[in-house]
Write a protein that binds this ligand. Structure first.
Ligand code: AMP
Ligand code: GLY
Length: 413
């Protein structure tokens, strides 16, 4: 099978790494890829339209395409490929609205009876200000459209709420603040059934102990103990399967990766958001823990066959993100990175995210999240130790990383 990966971050490097190990894969291509992916796949420049992606897939005789980021899905890359008879894993443009519009998603949760935070949706800033009286603080304010992780503000008082409303624009979701443990619940669907991945937990805040600004994700871990089997069943029965059923009922069946960002509250799991793709950095951890043939799984789903059975999950794993100085506001680019082979010798897989090769062939930072150092272990504690001993080998001026990835899990068990 010749596989094309759309994207060029840590998530896509992890997919390439796992797919490269499948005996079914004869060629791997990536658009645009990154220097880490380039060691496993042929990297091609990023096409500028869904039509150009389809031309590229046809020209390179691609058997199956997998899409990492949300933007091409929201732009309709899946519809375009299917019109051209090209196989692709992902949701159609209509189904991708679950992530592309928070207002659509909240109204969808209502129609499907899916538990979520109480909210109101607004179309003007005046309307949003008017609804402030319906909430207490902290209050969660979300911009309607895709915002690359910058569209959610947790306002502690009226002043913060009003300035967030100014900044985020008129189409908003105002929502009650939920307390609990956050879990990333990801599955792969053929439209009716869901192949459930092991639960993961992301660490969105920049600083240890969940302090500092929100980021794209500073690290993740994968461990089956994050959810009990009763909690898994409850999430499948009250959230994931009703979502798939409602999408079918509305004539927009959901195919591809469905990722529920959940809050495990005192009254059960509630959805914070749906993403229509794999998580980053959750995927780095998932791919290191997954033991099945990922290419076979993707192929089954792309053919509409239901992936059956429980997935093969091996040991727990931990991914620690190394971010550039100044991230998330103004990441420093061009910083020289060394120590990758030492980190790999220490037993970790080093996934590239924001890296590039400089004119003189040195690996340098080129984005906010630079690397994802990922390691498995017989226990979560061991995985954490393996990941951090590899992290200590990486040198990059001004590097920022959290020292407590997976600590939440270890404290619980
Ligand atoms: P979202 O993009 O909707 O997942 O929101 C980003 C982050 O904001 C989440 O990962 C949570 O940490 C936080 N968040 C979102 N909605 C809520 C909520 N209703 N209550 C508490 N925290 C929230
Ligand atoms: N890890 C959060 C996300 O992928 O949206």
């Amino acid at each position: 099978m010749r596989i094309l990966i759309v994207g060029g971050g840590g998530r896509e490097h992890a997919l390439a790494w796992r797919l490269a190990q499948s005996p079914r894969v004869s060629a791997l291509l990536a658009c645009p890829g990154n220097p880490g992916i380039a060691q496993l796949a042929t990297c091609l420049p990023q096409p500028d339209s869904t039509a150009a992606y389809a031309d590229l897939a046809a020209a390179h005789r691609i058997d199956l395409t997998i899409v990492g980021p949300e933007a091409p899905l929201v732009d309709g890359i899946v519809d375009r490929f299917r019109q051209r008879g090209l196989k692709i894993v992902g949701p159609t443009q209509a189904a991708a609205r679950l992530e592309g519009s928070k207002i659509f998603a909240k109204q969808f949760f209502d129609r499907a009876g899916i538990p979520t935070a109480w909210s109101v949706q607004t179309g003007t800033t005046a309307e949003a200000v008017h609804h402030l009286k319906d909430f207490s603080f902290p209050l969660v304010i979300k911009a309607d459209g895709l915002a690359a992780g910058k569209g959610v503000v947790i306002a502690q008082n009226r002043g913060e709420a009003e300035s967030a409303m100014e900044r985020l624009g008129p189409a908003l979701v105002l929502e009650e603040f939920l307390e609990g443990e956050e879990v990333s619940f990801i599955g792969l669907s053929n439209g009716s059934l869901l192949f459930r991945f092991a639960p993961t937990q992301d660490h969105k805040r920049l600083i240890d102990g969940d302090h500092g600004p929100n980021t794209g994700g500073m690290g993740a871990y994968c461990d089956n103990r994050i959810l009990t089997s009763a909690q898994n069943d409850e999430i499948m029965d009250r959230i994931m399967l009703p979502a798939l059923g409602q999408m079918r009922k509305e004539g927009t069946p959901f195919t591809g990766f469905l990722y529920a960002g959940l809050m495990m509250t005192a009254t059960g799991p509630k959805v914070l958001e749906f993403n229509v793709r794999l998580g980053d950095p959750e995927t780095q951890s998932l791919m290191v823990s997954y033991r099945g043939d990922f290419a076979e799984l993707l192929d089954l789903v792309a053919n509409g066959t239901s992936p059956m059975g429980e997935p093969a999950w091996a040991d727990p794993s931990v991914c620690v993100v190394i971010a550039a100085e100044g991230y998330p506001d103004k990441p420093a680019t061009g910083r020289v990175i060394t120590g990758i082979s030492e980190a790999e010798r220490a037993g970790a897989v080093v996934f590239h995210a924001g890296t590039q090769l400089s004119a003189d062939g040195q690996l340098v930072s080129a984005g906010g999240r630079v690397l994802g150092i990922t390691a498995a272990g017989e226990t979560l504690e061991q995985a954490q130790q393996n990941a951090y001993s590899a992290v200590s080998k990486i040198k990059m001026e001004g590097a920022q990383y959290r020292r407590d990835i997976a600590q939440k899990g270890l404290r619980r068990w």
